[in-house]
Design a protein around this ligand. Structure first.
Ligand SMILES: C[S@@+](CC[C@H](N)C(=O)[O-])C[C@H]1O[C@@H](n2cnc3c(N)ncnc32)[C@H](O)[C@@H]1O
Length: 285
């Protein structure tokens, strides 16, 4: 069985994504896509993304955003970029029927497209840009590979304290120490509005906006919704790593506590936790 990954881990850098973290996300892609459902719809709002003949999905993971864009815009060239071979394997299989879709392996902080004649005029990401060691240089590089006046649009989590599900999930296992560097690469590295503005402005992006967006993270649905949610959060999320480190009675108790906590979020056949995100937009010159 693959090691679990904690989305609440203080640090989730490149080596985690190319290793065990990417492997676990690749196995859990269907449940992860479902958990992002309403956020995806908002991120890909056609009125907000406008017309694009060339789009780059940064940190595309298992490919849902890139595949959706390719299906919607057959004349556009869509590229999904990621560092995880495991996730790219899933994305390529899912997107194999689209002629206008390519998945590339590379670090978005330095990757350059082969076809520079059609630079991306839409750079998009669903929770894929909070993992750079040096975010400002990474976004500066992305600006250099973008078309003139290209749109940047991405989602990321707001601060940990606004995502109460994190502390609720963490409460089921023994207390762990808080991250020593709140800005280290990881799911909450872009939580602070001012920091995101500073990074993008320093990187040369213009007209930066951040829109708070609250959404329902669906962790289980239908018959067996609770069992499914319990299984999911033993694999992905802020309790996963700590539960895996427990054994025997302590582990059983933690899983029982997880079930009880998630049961409080079960309503009408769905286990749903309230997620708080930013939708961030900016423009290249
Ligand atoms: C939270 S996952 C989101 C995946 C996908 N966007 C989705 O919504 O399902 C973060 C993704 O960013 C990728 N990633 C992390 N650092 C990266 C980098 N420097 N360059 C490209 N991709 C990166 C990871 O491999 C992972 O697929």
């Amino acid at each position: 069985m693959a090691a679990p990954i904690s989305a609440g881990d203080p640090v989730t850098g490149a080596s985690e994504w190319t290793g065990r973290v990417g492997g676990t996300w690749a196995r859990e892609w269907e449940r992860t896509d479902r958990s992002f459902g309403s956020l995806t719809a908002r991120l890909l709002d056609p009125a907000a993304i406008g017309d694009s003949n060339s789009a780059l999905d940064i940190g595309c993971g298992a490919g849902e955003v890139a595949i959706t864009l390719a299906a919607r815009n057959p004349a556009a060239e869509i590229t999904g970029l990621d560092i995880s071979q495991d996730l790219l394997g899933v994305a390529r299989e899912r997107g194999s029927t689209f002629d206008n879709l390519t998945f590339r392996e590379g670090d978005a902080a330095r990757w350059t497209p082969a076809n520079t004649a059609r630079a991306p005029n839409l750079l998009i990401s669903r929770h894929g840009v909070m993992f750079f060691d040096e975010p400002a240089p990474a976004f500066a590089h992305l600006r250099t590979i973008a078309a003139k006046r290209a749109r940047l649009r991405f989602s990321c989590f707001r601060e940990r304290a606004e995502n109460h599900w994190v502390s609720q999930l963490q409460s089921v296992t023994p207390a762990s120490s808080p991250p020593s560097d709140p800005y280290a690469p990881g799911p909450f590295a872009f939580g602070e509005e001012g920091r995101v503005r500073d990074i993008l402005t320093a990187a040369g992006w213009r007209d930066v906006t951040l829109e708070p967006y609250d959404y329902a993270m669906i962790a289980g649905e239908g018959e067996g919704a609770l069992d499914e949610a319990v299984a999911y959060f033993q694999r992905i999320g802020p309790a996963a790593g700590a539960i895996a480190d427990l054994a025997g009675v302590a582990r059983d108790r933690a899983i029982e506590a997880l079930r009880a906590m998630l049961a409080e979020h079960l309503s009408q056949g769905r286990v749903s936790l309230p997620g708080s995100a930013w939708i961030v937009t900016a423009r290249a010159d």
